[in-house]
Each structure stands twice: as C-alpha cells, then as structure tokens.
Design a protein around this ligand. Sequence first.
Ligand code: FES
Length: 192
Amino acid sequence: MSKRDLEREPQDGDGATATATTEVSSPGRRKVMLAMLAGTSALAAGVGIPTAVFVAAPLSAGAGHGRWVRTVRLDQMKEGEPKRVAIVDDRRDAWSVERAVDLGSAWLVRKGDLVQAFSAVCPHLGCSVNAVPDGGGAFACPCHTSAFDPAGQRTSGPAPRNLDALATRIEDGVVVVEFKRFRIGIHEQVVT
Ligand code: FES
C-alpha cells in the first residue's frame, strides 16, 4: 500500500462517518452508533500492532547503529599483530532471540592500550580478508587480490575503498567492538 493510499483512505472513511452521523437522529440510536464506532476503532488498533512491528523491524535492522560486542582480553593481544576475533552475540527479531550467534568477524590491532579494528569483510565483493603472514600487519583478500596496508588503506586491487574501520573501547580489560555491516562494491562507506 503506497503512502498516497494511506493518506487517501482516511478521507474516504471520513466521508462515510459524516454520512452515518447525519443519519443518526435519536439519542438511543446515537449511543448505539458511538459504541459501534468505538468497537471499530479498538479493532483497528489491534490490527495495527503487527503491522507496526512488521514495518519497524526492517527499519531498526537498517538504522545504521552498530552493536557493541565483547571479544578478547587486551592482554591476550600482541602489539601491532592483527588478531581475528569472532563476533558472537544474541540475534533478536520482533518475536524471538537466538543466543550466541556467530555474526561475523573483525580484525583487531593493538596499539598500546588502544585497539584498532576493521571489518573482515572485503569491501569489493564481500570475501573474508586475511592478515598477510609476516606482512607487517598488512591485509589481503584472496578472491581478487585486493591489498590493504596495516592502517587498512587500500594499496592495490579492485576494492573500491579502504577496509571499514570499527570503533572499539576497553571494558574491564576486554576489547569491545562496535560491530557493523557495510554495503560492498561501492566507494562510499554505507552502513546496512
Ligand atoms: S572480494 Fe575481495 S578483492 Fe574481490
């Protein structure tokens, strides 16, 4: 149903209500009609609940906000050495919760007491990016040979942008990552 349709329907309903009101003449009939209208409104409100959930669910999923996920302890990381971590968290929709779902992975690089994080998804076509063995912290994609330096900057290959950086914070000695997904295959960084 289009927005135009949604806007038009109340207008049609308004006309019907006006006609009905005109035809009600006695106080007794007026009470009956008001009770019927109240019942109809309550029914419409009840029907509206699942509709609102259905519409709101895709909006909240694509709102662009990341989820903060705990990963590894900072003291388990070596300075400057990329470490791949699984992103595991509960997955919720309007009706259910799945516990401890593997949502993806991220690369973490320790810089003293701070941690830099990148999405492990190649921004070209979505393959999983690897750390280059003995590569000084560089990354490479095995699918079409895109390469990235230790700061995540693209150095070669068809990837249209750098690796997607993720925010991090340290909580009680644990690295917490703001996990997000991004659109692949485009120059702009767009959260999905
Ligand atoms: S998917 Fe990574 S270079 Fe194509």
